[in-house]
Ligand binder design. Structure first.
Ligand code: DLZ
Length: 302
């Protein structure tokens, strides 16, 4: 399963390294983990979406890193402000004007330090005629999670747990903001999730989302339907009554082979998917609650 793409860019000097990291922070990129070892160090910046493109014919830009953004004009303003404060001499010569392309987009190219150019772009019609939709983003920086994992069928649920952690950590969550809770079996998942959702103690604040993981195998589980229905109902009820997003990573499978396939072998990793869903729902919830408060401001203004 492909998990991600890393583009490596060597900085010529330590000063260049610091400036590049500072430039991308100024533009609002989410910092990844990076590394700092005796042999080398790396400043990592995460992109919520990435793709690898091979080009046949004319390149669409002079730079070989293209960064798609919303609000291109605001990004250019920020880049220009950074250049004017950080670069000695002709700062303005390091950034082009915004120009239309022949691929229905607008772009500008910036060279924060010599040898490193980046083209920023946005679609001329970002919505492509579609109605506006509110959607969650996939950056988990600053979010707090609990993962409730059943021990029953541990060969599966440990893989689901690995997948969920991978999704959270690679999306910018801090390890200290992820609490892992183990319960005996799927039956106990909902009760533990509800306790966490309700919990506010002086030492532990509320979590932003709970990821539930378990594995029920029909062939090996007496009263499979009864257990499954109750697990699903309990997790759903906890989510609805507390408002805290609960993502559902409880597998229901006919056989162990099917479960293995859904835990990272042939059919993705449902734990990873549950991790990503949790991040998206936290972000979406925040946006929906923000837009509610904007609506009430509108009503007050009227
Ligand atoms: C008892 C049981 C059975 C038969 N099968 C499963 C299963 O496939 N997956 C799972 O997570 N748990 C199973 N359990 C255990 C119950 O979920 C529960 O932990 C015990 O009945 C104790 O309450």
């Amino acid at each position: 399963m492909i998990k991600g793409i890393s583009f490596l860019r060597p900085a010529k000097t330590a000063a260049d390294y610091g400036k590049l990291a500072n430039f991308f922070s100024a533009l609002g990129f989410t910092a990844g983990h990076g590394w700092d070892e005796p042999a080398s160090r790396g400043a990592s910046f995460l992109a919520p979406l990435a793709n690898l493109e091979f080009v046949d014919g004319a390149m669409p830009s002079t730079a070989d890193i293209l960064v798609e953004v919303l609000h291109l004009d605001a990004v250019r303003e920020t880049a220009l402000t950074w250049l004017r404060s950080q670069v000695e001499g002709e700062a303005d010569a390091r950034i082009t004007a915004i120009a239309d392309t022949d691929w229905k987009s607008r772009t500008f190219t910036v060279t924060p330090i010599d040898g490193h150019s980046f083209t920023f772009w946005e679609w001329a019609d970002p919505l492509k005629g579609k109605p506006v939709a509110v959607e969650g983003d996939l950056s988990a920086a600053g979010m707090r999670f609990a993962i409730v994992a059943a021990r029953w069928n541990a060969v599966i649920t440990e893989r689901l747990l690995d997948g969920a952690l991978d999704a959270l950590l690679r999306s910018g969550a801090a390890r200290r903001h992820i609490e892992i809770v183990r319960v005996p079996g799927a039956w106990e998942v909902a009760a533990a999730a509800r306790t966490i959702a309700d919990r506010v103690t002086p030492s532990r604040g509320p979590v932003d989302a709970i990821i539930t993981l378990g594995c029920l195998i029909r062939g090996e589980t007496a009263h499979y339907e009864a257990i499954y229905n109750e697990v699903a109902r309990g997790i759903g009820q906890s989510q609805q009554e507390t408002g805290i997003p609960h993502s559902f990573g409880v597998l229901t499978c006919e056989t162990l082979e099917q479960a293995l396939n859904r835990a990272g072998i042939k059919a993705g990793n449902k734990g990873f998917e549950a991790g990503v869903a949790a991040i998206e729902m936290v972000s979406l919830r925040r946006k929906l609650l923000e837009s509610n408060s904007m609506d009430s401001n509108d009503r007050e203004d009227a």
